[in-house]
Ligand binder design. Structure first.
Ligand SMILES: Cc1cc2nc3c(=O)[nH]c(=O)nc-3n(C[C@H](O)[C@H](O)[C@H](O)COP(=O)(O)OP(=O)(O)OC[C@H]3O[C@@H](n4cnc5c(N)ncnc54)[C@H](O)[C@@H]3O)c2cc1C
Ligand code: FES
Length: 271
């Protein structure tokens, strides 16, 4: 029987430098690990520790997953030191994954901030692989500065797909940047979808989620149609340690994505 506490060995096949602070690790797993977009894994570095990440690759490749990591502290800094050929451990997948059944047949607005586009990329691949599943996919993405836009080389390909559009913004003006300037919430002003029927999925820093969710509801989205990746600190990943609760829910089991309606039902869940 599988022991969910035991990491599976994985080989770092490639390391892709996405931005000065974000790298994608392409991992060849000892055995395929079937996962759904939005489910997360615990990445284990011997002698350092482990941390949760949501694969940024397509679930259609369960033996070779990509994890896109912002250098934030101890484990992530050590991960950024790794080169191709290194070995890591992987546990999972954990969580429910994105609520695909809720998105089917709707226009879907995908709102990312910084490294938050990484988990969302797995969702995008899933939607792209099922033409017609979502009526339309509208990607709104913000980063602090142009050099911090993740997966920048892919936007044109995504936008070239039928019924997909991509709009990006950076927080402050920057030399050489001719695109939009302002927080990602500014991309939601006059959003061009049927807001009463559309769904939105957002991933990014918690402060961003709070303002994105409020804005979406302000412009007419239903709180039950807004899904937020509550990527809080986690430990066991299995509903045992109690580290990740929001009210009576364990994000590692019942999340990490919760609807804004569920989040609003818990006082101060989003600060
Ligand atoms: C389900 C889930 C999915 C995630 N997916 C990704 C991903 O795809 N890519 C990615 O880069 N990161 C992701 N994260 C965040 C990532 O797990 C943390 O950045 C990581 O645990 C930090 O570990 P560390 O040892 O490097 O930092 P630490 O030394 O533990 O902490 C460094 C700083 O970051 C803060 N911090 C630690 N964890 C988090 C967190 N979860 N949220 C906010 N602040 C935190 C600490 O409070 C501290 O200030 C995800 C988190 C969760 C829970
Ligand atoms: S991480 Fe242990 S209960 Fe959720």
């Amino acid at each position: 029987m599988r022991n969910d506490f035991l990491p599976m060995p994985a080989l770092v096949e490639d390391v892709i430098v996405e931005t000065p602070t974000i790298r994608t690790f392409v991992l060849q797993l000892a055995e395929p690990m079937p996962f759904r977009a939005g489910q997360f894994v615990q990445l284990f570095l011997p002698g350092v520790g482990e941390a949760p990440f949501t694969p940024s690759s397509s679930p259609s490749e369960p033996g070779r997953i990509e994890v896109t990591v912002l250098a934030a502290g101890r484990v992530t800094a050590a991960l950024h030191e790794l080169a191709a050929g290194a070995e890591v451990g992987v546990r999972g997948p954990f969580g429910r994954g994105y609520p695909l059944h809720e998105l089917e047949g709707h226009e879907v607005v995908v709102v990312g901030g910084g490294v938050g586009l990484a988990p969302l990329r797995s969702l995008l691949y899933t939607l792209f692989e099922r033409p017609g599943f979502a009526r339309r996919v509208s990607i709104k993405y913000g980063a602090r500065a142009p050099q911090e836009l993740c997966f920048r080389s892919q936007y044109a390909d995504w936008a070239a797909r039928p019924d997909v559009d991509v709009t990006t913004t950076i927080d402050r003006p920057s030399a050489g940047w001719n695109g939009r300037v302002g927080l990602v919430t500014t991309l939601l002003d006059g959003v061009d979808v049927d807001v009463r029927d559309a769904c939105a999925v957002s991933c990014g820093p918690e402060i961003m989620l709070k303002f994105v969710a409020r804005k979406l509801v302000d412009v007419g989205f239903r709180a039950e149609h807004v899904f937020l990746s509550m990527n809080r600190n986690m430990s066991c990943g299995m509903g045992i340690c109690g580290r990740c609760n929001v009210g009576s829910r364990y994000l590692c089991k019942d999340g990490p994505d919760l609807s804004y309606a569920e989040v609003q039902a818990v006082p101060y869940a989003l600060g």
